[in-house]
Unconditional design. Sequence first.
Lengths: 632, 309
Amino acid sequence: MKKKLVSLVLASSMVLSLAACGSSGTATTDTGSADTAQTGADSTQSSDTAASDTAATAEPVGEQVINVCLASEPATLDPALNSSVDGATLITHLFSGLAKWGQDASGNLVLQPDCAEALVEGVENADGTVTYTYTLRDGLTWSDGQPVTANDFVFAWNRAVSPALAADYGYMFEVVDGYDAIWADGATGEEKLNVNAVDDKTLEVTLVNQVAYWNELLAFPAYMPVREDVVSNESWATDPSTYVNNGAYTMTGWDHNSLITLTKNDKFVDADKITMNEINFYLSDDANNMLANFENGDWQFIDDVPTNEIASLKDTYPDEFVTAGQLGTYYVCWNINEKILPASSTLTGAEKAAAENEIRNALALLIDRNYIVNDIAQGGQVPASSFVAMGLTDADGSQFYENAGPDSSFTGYYDVSEAAYESNWESAIETLKKYYTYDEATGQFSDVPTLVYLYNTSEGHKAIAEAIQSTFAGIGITMNLENQEWATFLETRKNGDYSIARNGWLGDYNDPISFLDMWTTASGNNDVQFGKGENKDVKAFSLDLTDLGYDTKVENGTWAETYDVIIKDIKTCTDINTRYQLMHRAEDLLMSTGCLCPIYYYTDLYMINSNVQGFFSSPLGYKYFMYCTITG
Amino acid sequence: MNTKTLMYIVKRIVLAIVTIWVVITVTFFVMHAVPGGPFTGEKAVSETVMAAMEAKYGLDKPLGVQYVTYLGDIITKFDFGPSLKQRGRNVNDIIFDGMKTSAKLGVIAAVIALICGVILGSVAALRRNKLIDRVIMIITTAFVSMPSFIMGSLLLIAFAINLKWFPANGASKNGLVLPIVTLSLYPMAYITRLTRSSMLEVLGQDYIRTAKAKGVSGWKIIFGHALKNSLIPVITYFGPMLAGIVTGSLVVEQIFAVPGIGRAFVNSITGRDYPLVMGTTIVLATLIVIMNLIGDILYKVVDPRITLE
């Protein structure tokens, strides 16, 4: 009798706990897209351009719903305010601007007209400004049925640039005439961009000069149209009920911090080309959790993987683990005002600066980038030898980084091939011997000041810091490591309260200027402190642009007299070839300081289920799911 | 309820308010003293944009003024202000959303822990040193000593990846089952052990011996006489435990991608989202203070011998 009671108690406790569990949902196993019933989903898009192609004959199966996870909750889905890559992917699915990224017949990524009938050429005016006139396509509507007009663009662009909105990416409009007046001191708030709606279907915009990447800007989220009555509600972009958009999808659900659901917009003018009926964007930033959901088949796409799993994932999922190019460089930056010469050094002024440049460049040669890429980062990154990243194109369409640097026998500013490492090492040691005391017997330098390497707390950054630390330690240079929490780190680095810091930069558009104009004296991203602090009065930089038809010829000038000038020249240059040559010169000047030590070009790692066809991503990291199909 | 008890409760409530005020003040000033701001990012915004943003959110005013305005808004309007990071959303909504999930998770886990813990603890006490007692003790020792990130990961691998019984994310159907189980195991094991030891103590008391002498059956003694008195330590533990589960489920939220308040709290700190840091801190602090207060009052209810002063 007693035994029975015990089991009764145990049984009842189990029932109770089950009942409690049950209240959080009914006990069925439903994974949405796992439905195997064949339905007549449209399959107009050919699937041969997929990133992960399986059998070419695979037919679309099921309801065409895809579950993906890019990151955690986006800070905003207001196109003008967005500054994140994951937010941009969502906005790309929700909005349609004048231009968009798409694939041509052979699968290459190209800019295509979207709301505009054509991506027209600009007409140069007498004062050097350039006017573009776009005609909007027929049948453009907002998700609530109202027509999209040229005025919506005029309103949206003026809003995106306004000080009242204070958007991070407001500066994306600096090429448009009128931008400077809006942000000038003493502006009244009434200034507008030179953008006009000639009629409902004709949009006229004037740029300050020829802009090589103008079409690319048109595809950027900040350039998407929004409607005045919609955005007058400040929280319009936080709830599906108030979210009015004009793109391929409508937002049908937003469970904050959990899930955003996009459903195909049948009113969209190109709806017949959209093959994916529903996209569930799960919101999580935990790479381990993403992987768990990918491995059990619930999610078909994840945009992040745990760093320490990369090696095994490459083996386990050779077709589903994808490494794509990305416009970005991982680098180490020096504080230009850091004292690195031995205490006994008597060098001053330009001589001191030249010595420091040489030392920094020599130290950069000591770093074994191939080891860092192959054994630490392991994500298919490419050892970097220039600051402007791989993937950005030159005037003739070739790779900008391949044309960079002084020597054509290797790519970039130093030879980062594995074979060259030994000779790099030797030349670096020779250079350092000029300035520091070297003990030939032990191979150690004895009077290099102690350095401090600052990084933001993360296993990956730490591992790279340690690799560099041990390399330097091998020749007697002490470099201590210091890590800081992210926001603190950003502030410290920005203020120049460091000697060496880990750094990284992702371009906003495919134009090298997005890597170069950040180093002007006044730029908020000038972490190196070029032209600031002590460096303000250092006259050690030279620039000669006379061969390119400019008057500029500076021998030992300040940073402001050289770099700031060339960036200004680039921004106003209308000849494309000259402009790119100027950008190479700017990078030459930048790299000659040795303050930027590129480590590798970033790659974008993601995993995509092999039953997904028709997926592509852009070098900016935007992902395109609208033309995907799910096959067997 | 006598005047003494009433006085005690009033005193405790006043003390609770003071505690929360101290929390608000300290958090406010420490938060602003930490380097980095809400608008610093990898890509720096221009100084004009920064100034425009700060003006928009009143961050350009002196800290003292900001503090007074902030306190005023909380007291008069119960308004925690707008989020600086999630533009267009206000802190009240974000906290409400997060608490909805966290509270559901926490309350269910706590109830499971309480029911299973008390039953298992009683069984173990009654079958002291028998096989079932040993088994329960071994299992509970394991659960008490295993941190939730290991337990969560194990459950995730077993039930979400290998067996595929439950999804690995909190957003899907049945997605909360695994996090609830993970959250409930530690307090359940703890309550089991508490119940067992306090039950054993109670079972040695004179009045139990009297009941036995009268011929009352073993189970009647447990549930009729011993259980109520042996629950006192459990009640002490339950209040803070509930607050702890609801507020401290961060690790579990992270493992299972559950959109709870813990994630919002941590993200708000890394992002320097000042109003959200304040809002979550205040809500969580208030919750803990209230739970402790309720625990203390419940003491009195179960044991009239305790005088509250």
